[in-house]
Design a protein around this ligand. Structure first.
Ligand code: GLA
Length: 438
């Protein structure tokens, strides 16, 4: 009877297009092992960095104790190479007994006790990409139930050792199986990444109905080149990708490298800013035990996070690609606000880019702006005011912009979905104006 009612609601409500688990109304945030720790299973020689329960309890401690959790970084996600090479005698996946001696349910309790959520990794095929047992179609229900029994909160389902027919059956089947467990489990599908990421092979309407997020494109690596390749692909295909995203359904350009080895601080700010524009999931893959204060400040920037987490959930777009190598990106936000990113592909020196909000398509009016990374409020500007931003090579200037008329109505603390961002942002409003670079 309840099922019948649900089906009716689904049939008549256009708002119920996304996977109906009520999860991830804003892009999920947390930490994911893969990019930084890969398939290091050598716990004998590298006990601090191998894929083991110690790695995940260490990272959980850091998320809980170093201010990450309060900012929204709540998922702690296991990736490949966690399992034993054999299923148990009842056909269920099991963790490697040496590296996870207390098993996943105990780890899951540890994570939940700290107010965090646990993600795990599987693969719809014969093997995972790392060669561990995959989830063949006959195992979909068993694995969904095992994950639910263990208290898992999110599943990344990869697509190695599989083919398009198999994926077409397997990804929707797992979506149903997860829902049928009754446990809310966020569902990340790598399906489009294995089918070239674009229609007609990829059906984004269907993905929005069965997955909470999906990897569209190649794996990120610890280099600026890799970030640029991803940014190029996502914005070259923005006409297809941008409409696919919304509350509960997100494009996933892959993990944040900030805090690793390959990006300068400017490049790190650029990744944070562009991932916020893309409404991308924010999964860090770094070592939170040793992260530098510079990288931490970027990842913990409350306004950048607030922009990423805006509750309207509209993905942003690239507006302009100048011959000079400067690009302008815009994301519309709640309450008439918006985020602008000025990005430089130059390799020489800071570039002084002159424009106006009118040139960028803003309607006539007076605006307030907040410069996200220096955390400074800017002077009021009209749509017609010409201003100059100085953009570092492979860096960004990111602004949060809102109509000035609303400023003193006391509405601004609720502009961001995360309540905590309001008071700090409000405080800046009362501080001295920072001069515009003119
Ligand atoms: C694929 C995925 C990566 C990671 C590895 C693990 O390459 O795209 O994100 O999960 O498999 O083997």
């Amino acid at each position: 009877m309840q099922r019948c009612a649900l089906t009716l609601v689904l049939a008549f409500s256009s708002a119920a297009l996304a996977l109906d688990n009520g999860l991830m109304r804003t892009p999920p945030m947390g930490w994911l092992a893969w990019e930084r720790f890969r398939c290091d299973i050598d716990c004998q020689n590298d006990p601090q960095n191998c894929i083991s329960e110690t790695l995940f309890t260490d990272m959980a401690d850091r998320l809980a104790e170093d201010g990450w959790r309060e900012l929204g970084y709540v998922y702690i996600n296991i990736d490949d190479c966690w399992s034993s090479k054999e299923r148990d005698n009842q056909g269920r996946l099991q963790a490697d007994p040496k590296r996870f001696p207390r098993g996943i349910p105990r780890l899951s309790r540890y994570i939940h006790d700290r107010g965090l959520k646990l993600g795990i990794y599987g693969d719809i095929g014969t093997h995972t990409c790392g060669g561990y047992p995959g989830t063949t179609l006959d195992k979909v229900q068993t694995d969904a139930q095992t994950f639910a029994d263990w208290g898992i909160d999110m599943l990344k389902l990869d697509g190695c050792y599989s083919n398009s027919t198999y994926q077409e059956l397997g990804y929707p089947m797992m979506s149903k199986a997860l829902n049928a467990t009754g446990r809310p489990i966020g569902y990340s599908c790598s399906w489009p990444a294995y089918q070239g990421g674009l229609p007609p092979k990829v059906n984004y309407t269907q993905l929005g109905q069965i997955c909470n997020l999906w990897r569209n494109y190649a794996d990120i690596q610890d280099s600026w080149d890799s970030v640029l390749g991803i940014v190029d692909w996502f914005f070259e295909n923005q006409d297809v990708l941008q409409p696919a995203a919304g509350p509960g359904q997100w494009n996933d350009p892959d993990m944040l490298l900030i805090g690793d080895f390959g990006l300068s601080l400017d490049q790190s700010r650029a990744q944070m800013a562009l991932w916020a524009i893309m409404a991308a999931p924010l999964f860090m893959s770094n070592d939170l035990r040793t992260i530098s204060s510079g990288a931490r400040a970027i990842l913990q920037n409350k306004v950048a996070i607030g922009i990423n987490q805006d509750q309207r959930g509209v993905q942003g777009r690239r507006l302009i690609k100048e011959k000079s190598g400067i690009e302008v990106y815009l994301r519309p936000l709640s309450n008439g606000a918006s985020a602008l990113v000025f990005f430089s592909r130059r390799t020489d020196m800071p570039y002084r880019y002159m424009t106006s909000l009118k040139t960028l398509g803003y309607t006539a009016g007076v605006y307030e702006a907040f410069d996200v990374f220096p955390e400074k409020r800017l002077p009021e500007l009209k749509d017609t005011t010409e201003f100059v931003v100085s953009v570092n090579p492979s860096g960004v200037v990111m602004w949060y912009i809102y109509p000035a008329a609303d400023w003193w109505k006391g509405a601004e603390p609720s502009r961001f979905s995360e309540k905590l961002i309001g008071p700090k942002f409000h405080r800046y409003a009362n501080e001295a104006y920072a001069p515009l670079v003119l």
